[in-house]
Design a protein around this ligand. Sequence first.
Ligand code: TYD
Ligand code: MG
Length: 478
Amino acid sequence: MDHAEQLDSIYLRKDFTQRLFMAKAKSRKAYVCTECGSEAAKWQGQCPDCKAWNTYKEVNLGPAASPSIAASNKAGFAGALSELKTLSEVDVEEAPRFSSGMTEFDRVLGGGFVKGSAVLIGGHPGAGKSTILLQVLCHVAQSMNALYVSGEESLQQIAARAQRLGLPTNNLKMLAETSAENIVTVAEQEKPGIIVIDSIQVMYMNGVDSVPGGVGQVKESAAFLTRYAKQSGTVLLIVGHVTKDNSLAGPMTLSHIIDTQIMLGNTDDSRFRMMRATKNRFGQVNELGIFAMTETGMKEVKNPSAIFLSRTQEATSGSIISVLWEGTRPLLVEIQGLVVESQLGNPRRVTVGVEQNRLAMLLAILTRHGGIFTSDQDVFLNVVGGVKITETSADLASLLTVVSSLRDTPLPQDLVAFGEVGLAGEIRPVANGQERLVEAAKHGFSRAIVPAANQPRKPIPGLTVIAVKKLSEALEAI
Ligand code: TYD
Ligand code: MG
């Protein structure tokens, strides 16, 4: 008797065992934090996990045997017991993947979709989640069975959009449905290789008595659909809207259920969207994909290294270009600094796109090793384009732009700078120095201040490299 049969017989026998099972299967009440999804048996004023106040709500999570097991058993995909193996017997083959049809999307995924994986696509309403997924599914449907489940828009709306975008509509299967159980029932018949759920906030499961969009429903529906994806080898793409504070409404909770979480975000330029993985069991999380929202849908920007550069012709103080490294390629960004006399006892250090503590540290180094004081100045630092800098290579450019603003002296417009600044005022090398310089030269920059250790071995045509070991040398150079 396999596992599924055992469970079946428990359902069927009208004896003590069944009553015991049923008693156990009685609804399970729990308190769930609406911010992070943390669960507790008792109500609590403050969530011990995310520290939010008054976020615990009572939810009915369905039978204790977990709706997933009961319902999945009914739906017939409970599966046999897993085989026991020694570590050496485990296959180490690469996970089988297939392409989304967009190289930028594939790049963020870590090389395409992994069969049997669950991917959450998060973003604000209007970010373009439905659009890009419709484009991807119409493409993928040309070579495999694909299912698009919409719980938000009508099928007519979606069909009209597909037509307007000129997408091939002949193979893609569409379903207007919000019941997770019904979706799995249809999927079991159709056996799609890929499913889109748009969106998880409108999905529900019977037996879970919070409203759709509530933490309980979102969590249980996602877990249930993910189980199906894993057992059938289907790729599951779950759309999740994020709220204003950037959390996925309730479904922050989903992070540990799904394999990959991708965020589609706005940039300062409303035409462009940034796509980034914030969790990926099957790849790196540092790849950045850039798309443009056009009249004909989301278009990939294949060489985005300079899209955030839009400097005016006139040179102004407090502006410099640095070369970041995003995943596997360079990205040129403008860093702006503004230094003004402070009216406050405790001058302000405000950053956008850079960590605030990093700026405070850099200013301390500037005082100590550059002899430049900012303790009576408010200092603002801004990365143009909505880019968030997570590496240290922007240190040097950040300091140079601050100094430029403080002295009200523009930096040359053909200048780029990068390098980490250490606490001793030393300029430390960064990874991929050569590639960064080549990219800068490609975009017409002719001077670069870089760490001495990043000095290229062979000269780069058109580029004068100023290699510096210490902050004081960099300050002299400007
Ligand atoms: P949508 O994919 O519906 O966003 P989401 O599913 O993330 O909420 O995109 C909606 C926005 O995109 C809407 O403001 C209109 C715009 N848009 C275009 O500019 N061009 C297009 O071809 C499409 C389909 C949408
Ligand atoms: Mg949508």
